[in-house]
Design a protein around this ligand. Structure first.
Ligand code: P6P
Length: 337
């Protein structure tokens, strides 16, 4: 079988540990912890229809969004996995108002890493059996080891990330991540419970013909975005663009990285700072984008350069094939105020 010739995620981590400038068993254990949690979440998702985990949990998260039962389950699975293995000193999650200090054991407080995550992005799609994802971002803490983790450990620029990635629970389950040395994708063989290196060195095509945006919000978009959409649709120039929008960032991103494309969630008249969160959605996806040769901005500024001020702050998000992002940025610059 093909997978027998491919390295597992565990083998890859050990092999690449020397590439990672913070190479220490602790980081390897952190990535292994994320993969274990992802397998548990995967199991819930795959049988959601026959167990009572579909639908809403009956409460709202800090974003004011209806929490799905699986949002809560996935959040608990990742937080428990990270806490029990004493690999991080703190976790911030879309599902929790404030960051969580991990003090489960002496080692936890001495851990150098914090994790920010969206435990189940696009979860409203689960009830209709559409791909969803987990997004994670890893930083070294900046306050002294051995002291309680602080908000400033989480409010770091995206350029400080030591690793970032996502799990896409789709037609197959894949874990895709970077530690700053390119992007690698691993496919889960559920019969063996192992991730195998199926997509080494993933790269965004420099250009593409797929644009992903919720055109239902068209009248609320900035003029530059409207102009870009019309540019893609102009008949006379025979633009073979196609619009693909799954409503799940990880799924749209993953397809665009493989085929070439751009994902846009701009500011709207209703949400002037956009919908997506900077720290645990846009920064990790921007790190992956740049590591795969693409570009990620807020329409004007590099996402990774944005100085965060709040844990759940939002930002407009344009990311994907470099030439496509540059083209929409040109429209954003030239649009009338
Ligand atoms: P809308 C899911 O809630 C999410 O954060 C992304 O995964 C997705 O791309 C976007 O929001 C969908 O938002 O407003 O188009 O339904």
């Amino acid at each position: 079988m093909k997978e027998q010739s491919l390295p597992t995620l565990g083998e890859f981590i050990i092999e690449k540990q020397m590439d990672f400038k913070y190479s220490s068993g602790e980081f390897s254990r952190l990535i292994s912890c994320i993969q274990i949690a992802s397998k548990m979440v995967n199991r819930f998702i795959n049988k959601a229809g026959i167990t009572n985990v579909l639908g809403e949990a009956g409460n709202r998260n800090v974003q004011g969004e209806e929490q799905q039962k699986l949002d809560v389950i996935a959040n608990e699975i990742f937080i428990n996995a990270l806490s029990q293995r004493e690999v991080v000193c703190g976790v911030a999650s879309e599902e929790n108002d404030d960051f969580i200090e991990i003090r489960s054991g002496a080692n936890a407080e001495l851990s150098k890493y914090v994790v920010l995550m969206d435990p189940l992005d696009g979860s409203s799609n689960i009830d209709v059996n559409v791909s969803v994802g987990t997004i994670f971002s890893i930083y070294r803490r900046i306050t002294p080891a051995g002291t309680p983790v602080q908000l400033e450990d989480f409010l770091q620029k995206g350029t400080n990330q030591v690793a970032a990635g996502y799990i896409i629970y789709g037609s197959s389950t894949m874990l895709v991540y970077t530690t700053g040395n390119g992007v690698n994708g691993f496919t889960l063989d559920p019969s063996l419970g192992s991730y195998y290196l199926s997509n080494p060195n993933m790269r965004f095509p420099e250009d593409g013909k797929i644009y992903s945006i919720n055109e239902g919000n068209y009248i609320k978009f900035p003029q530059g975005v409207k102009d870009y959409i019309k540019y893609c649709q102009r008949e006379e120039e025979n633009r073979p663009y196609t619009s693909r929008y799954i409503g799940s960032l990880v799924a749209d991103f993953h397809r665009n990285m493989i085929k070439g494309g751009i994902y846009i969630y701009p500011s709207t008249s209703q949400s002037p700072r956009g919908k997506l969160r900077l720290l645990y959605e846009c920064n990790p996806m921007a790190f992956l984008t740049e590591q795969a040769g693409g570009k990620a901005s807020d329409g004007f500024r590099r996402i990774l350069d944005i100085e965060p001020t709040e844990l759940h702050q939002r930002t407009p998000f344009f990311c994907g094939s470099r030439k496509m992002v540059e083209k929409v940025e040109e429209f954003m610059r030239n649009a009338p105020e």
